[in-house]
Design a protein around this ligand. Structure first.
Ligand code: SF4
Length: 475
């Protein structure tokens, strides 16, 4: 998927003023935040402590990230031992080439997909369409955005930006069936349409929430059941997953499963947890045992290996739960499409510059209020605000930010390390701001930085600095 992060400021401003986007966003925070809160209460009632589980999960992920090559080799050997094949892809283009080659080798005309963020990174649907292969997204949200010709706006709720009425219109247009106005009826209609695709597809493509090194298995955590159709009905199953998805063993999976659904949707466990290991022997297939005749893993780097051993390698812990964006005031003001690439919210503000280009995505790490909510809820303890700060520093150090901003920070740093000048400057500034308010309680337009007061008023200071007031009080 081509990154549009370069246009983040324009897109964010547009979404912030779009009443339709704002209306749908009103539901995101209460829905997901409330559900996670309830999930955490249930966890506590079961005698489990979020902080302790978070520390364990962090250790599991760090253990893998520190020796990723070793765990990947073990996974490859175990997967091959169970009859699966393992291919490696350096980037999205290589993923697309490998999948198209597999489709052509196997005479595939139709592909059904269950959510794989990596296939979004690789723009896989476009590559398959160019090769004459029909590909159908089968997660309901992904299916909706596919027929709408849009990108997902949330990593676990891709169509959260769509209203029920918009979905009903889309279904009438694409299914040619009588209009349904009720969500259950719409879901039933989509299920009926998708069922035909499951039965006629030659290849299933899925992602993986985890790859278990000890057993060579892919783990899928889903709520809709389509993942099982995609991975068992077509004769060829291809798993496209990032190299960082490895976990050592099934015991570690149990720990991570305590956190992933609760952090994502507040569920104690999702409706389906599938552990897919190899393919049945060919003679079993012939005698009617279910499962694909061929299972292929495509393990993808696409920028991940470049984070190893750097100050950003904690980002490889991410288990894609979406909690950081659900709690983010920036995401909740502009929605996922503003971010311009596959991953929105705080995790996207770190991943997009690292996986695509800091030069083009340099505004994303600026999109933070510094509230630290994202880090507090992250089930694997990723210090997202620190990583965003490190990216901002890198952008300044490499000369990517405008000279005026760099100069401003240099002056600020100088002033902050010269207390006499700093105190003098603050005294002048608070008097100026009081004057700017013109006797009112709020400043309506902030002289040199009008953007700050574009959508809100700024409380006017009293005309004295904190240190002056402190000295007065002591006196
Ligand atoms: S960064 Fe943390 S909270 Fe955000 S999606 Fe990844 S694991 Fe979840």
């Amino acid at each position: 998927m081509e990154s549009q992060a370069l246009f983040f400021r324009e897109r964010a401003a547009e979404k912030a003023c779009d009443p339709r986007v704002q209306k749908t966003l009103q539901h995101v925070r209460p829905l997901f935040v409330g559900k996670r809160k309830k999930g955490m209460q249930d966890l506590a009632e079961l005698g489990m402590d979020f902080d302790k589980l978070q520390q364990s999960a962090q250790k599991i992920r760090d253990r893998v990230v520190k020796n990723l090559d070793v765990w990947l080799e073990l996974f490859e050997a175990q997967a091959q031992a169970t009859g699966a094949e393992v291919l490696w892809a350096r980037d999205g283009a290589e993923v697309a080439r490998l999948v198209v080659e597999l489709a052509q080798e196997n005479g595939v005309k139709k592909v059904v997909k269950s959510k794989s963020m990596l296939s979004e990174e690789a723009d896989l649907n476009a590559a398959l369409a160019a090769a004459g292969v029909e590909s159908i997204e089968t997660d309901l949200g992904e299916y909706i955005v596919q027929i709408a010709g849009e990108a997902p706006s949330h990593i676990i709720a891709p169509a959260v930006h769509k209203t029920k009425e918009e979905v009903a219109d889309l279904f009438v247009q694409h299914h040619g069936l009588p209009r349904q106005n009720d969500i259950t009826a719409l879901a039933r209609e989509a299920r009926g349409v998708l069922r035909q695709h499951f039965l006629s597809a030659d290849m299933g493509i899925s992602g993986a929430n985890f790859l278990v090194a000890e057993t060579g298995s892919a783990v899928l955590v889903t709520n809709e059941g389509n993942g099982r159709m995609v991975t068992t009905l077509p004769r060829l199953h291809v798993v496209v997953a990032g190299i960082e998805k490895i976990i050592p063993n099934l015991e570690d999976l149990a720990t991570l499963l305590r956190l992933l659904p609760r952090s994502a949707t507040g569920q104690g466990i999702s409706n389906y947890v599938s552990i897919l290991t190899g393919r049945p022997p060919l003679e079993a297939n012939a005698s009617g045992v279910e499962g694909p005749q061929r299972m292929v893993f495509i393990l993808v780097d696409n920028g991940r290996a470049g984070l190893l051993g750097t100050e950003f390698d904690s980002m490889l812990r991410c288990i894609r739960c979406g909690a950081c964006m659900n709690h983010c005031p920036v995401y909740n003001s502009i929605g996922g499409h503003a971010y311009g690439w596959v991953y929105p919210g705080p995790m996207g503000s770190v991943l997009t510059p690292l996986y695509t280009s800091l030069k083009d995505a340099q505004d994303l790490p600026q999109a933070t209020t510094g509230c630290n909510q994202c880090a507090a809820v992250c089930p694997v303890g990723i210090p997202l605000p620190e990583l965003m700060r490190a990216l901002r520093r890198r952008a300044v150090e490499t000369g990517l930010r405008p000279w005026s901003e760099r100069l401003a920070y240099k002056l600020w740093a100088w002033a902050a390390t010269h207390p006499v000048f700093y105190r003098w400057g603050v005294r002048r500034a608070v008097r100026y701001l009081k004057w700017l308010a013109g006797g009112e309680e709020y400043i309506r337009v902030l002289g040199m930085a009008p953007g700050w007061t574009f959508g809100r008023d700024l409380k006017a200071p009293l005309g004295k600095s904190f240190q002056e007031m402190w000295a007065d009080r002591k006196g």
